[in-house]
Write a protein that binds this ligand. Structure first.
Ligand code: FES
Ligand code: FE2
Length: 410
């Protein structure tokens, strides 16, 4: 089996859906393509990294490994703006990893090797003994030039995104097609109302599959009758529709969402959500690694963390509407909602792992698509193929090596 992905194979992905093939097996199994995708698919756009709420404490820092790139998430003190910042997790001196585990700081990050220290704006503020014992300055050494390397980041809907290359369009411009699609439902303020209660609001799962299979599976409702028979009994395949929202967003939706609106513990609704569309629920993917769920009484996000060519960790957070949604009286509704999603998300694990196993077969050459029900999945394959082609055009054909693109802001 060839481990190269050729321009001709990419062209096959890009054909009209009825004639197209999917991405070749090597894109799902080969470590070189994992690194290639990190540098050319993930690094160059806005990629979901974490949930903002999980990094709420002022002065808190946490290491995060992003496809092999060590990063730090830091929450600045309120007096310094209180926002989240992301840095490369490496000391400017001799390259020590700065943060090994989540920690609470007093506003200073101190390198464990020679104690060079940085504030949470990334500024290098202390260089003990750099000029000899007792001399904390050295002639010709300019601290201003050796701060931490910051990674461009942005918070939206409770999710922290990064753009490793530093040159993607502004986040709000990039996400505009998605934001404008849901303005009708969320209103101008809907995103501000999201609250993620500390309890019963999240889950994590791992699956032995390539990250792209998790996306491809989420894009379509075609598998509902066989993978999710109980969901399909009240939200049948026939009541789902495909959404090709824009180059970077696609998925599926339904008009059969039917929560309980009455009763003391009924969850609050998005106030602007049109009454006649309460049964609408939509499930777009924000390429490359964020799966979203919009419902009248909650929103969820699943961040896919690619760990290896055939391994992902999926982190889900459920958000409710208004601070009151976190009250104890809604505890049962939240618990039941989480249990329902847990069941569905775990049902998908067998499907994505089975597709990964199928990628070991020389008898499979990318597969084909249902011209109707696989449309969003093909849309995603084309997005992937387009990114490969752009990288090949830039680097010459073949797999590009090299480290992840970096934003070198000093
Ligand atoms: S490597 Fe960090 S202080 Fe020397
Ligand atoms: Fe599913």
């Amino acid at each position: 089996m060839s481990a190269e992905i050729t321009a001709a194979q990419l062209a096959e992905v890009d054909r009209p859906i009825g004639e197209a093939r999917g991405m070749p097996n090597a894109a799902y199994t080969d470590a070189r393509f994992f690194a290639f995708e990190r540098d050319h698919l993930f690094a160059k756009t806005w990629t979901a990294l974490a949930f903002c709420d999980d990094h709420a404490r002022e002065g808190g820092v946490a290491p995060v490994d992003f496809m092999g790139v060590p990063l730090i998430i830091a929450r600045r003190a309120k007096k310094d703006g209180g926002e989240l910042a992301v840095f490369h997790n490496v000391c400017s001196h001799r390259g020590m990893r700065l943060v090994g585990e989540p920690a609470q700081t007093n506003g200073l990050l101190v390198c464990p090797y020679h104690a060079w220290s940085y504030d949470l704006g990334g500024k290098l503020v202390a260089t003990p003994h750099i000029g000899g014992v007792g001399e904390n300055r050295a002639e010709g050494f300019c601290r201003e030039k050796h701060g931490l390397k910051q990674v461009r980041s942005h918070c939206w809907m409770g999710i922290l995104f990064i753009n490793l290359s530093g040159d993607a369009p502004e986040f709000n411009e990039h996400a505009a097609p998605l934001i404008s699609r849901y303005r009708e439902f969320l209103g101008e303020d809907g995103a501000q109302l999201l609250a993620a209660p500390a309890k019963d609001a999240g889950l994590t799962l791992e699956a032995a599959c390539n990250w792209k299979l998790a996306v491809e599976n989420y894009c379509e409702a075609y598998h509902l009758p066989w993978v999710h028979p109980s969901l399909n009994s009240y939200s049948p395949l026939a009541r789902h529709y495909c959404m090709l929202i824009h180059d970077d967003f696609a998925g599926q939706g339904t008009d059969t969402f039917a929560p309980t609106f009455d009763g003391a513990d009924a969850l609050p609704l998005f106030p602007e959500w049109p009454r006649e569309k309460r049964a609408v629920a939509e499930y777009p993917t924000f390429y490359p690694n964020l799966l979203l769920g919009y419902q009248v009484n909650h929103f969820y996000a699943m961040i896919i963390h690619p760990l290896a060519p055939a391994r992902v960790r999926e982190e889900v957070k459920l958000f409710y509407i208004g601070d009151g949604a976190a009250d104890a009286r809604h505890a049962r509704a939240r618990r039941e909602n989480l249990a329902a999603w847990r069941k569905i998300f775990f049902e998908d694990v067998g499907a994505v792992e089975g597709m990964q196993q199928g990628r070991q077969s020389p008898g499979f050459r990318g597969g084909v698509f249902s011209p109707k029900l696989d449309a969003p999945t093909h849309h995603f394959h084309r997005w992937v193929a387009r990114k490969y082609r752009a990288a090949y055009a830039h680097n010459g054909t073949g797999v590009a090596g090299g480290a992840a693109a970096q934003n070198g802001r000093e």
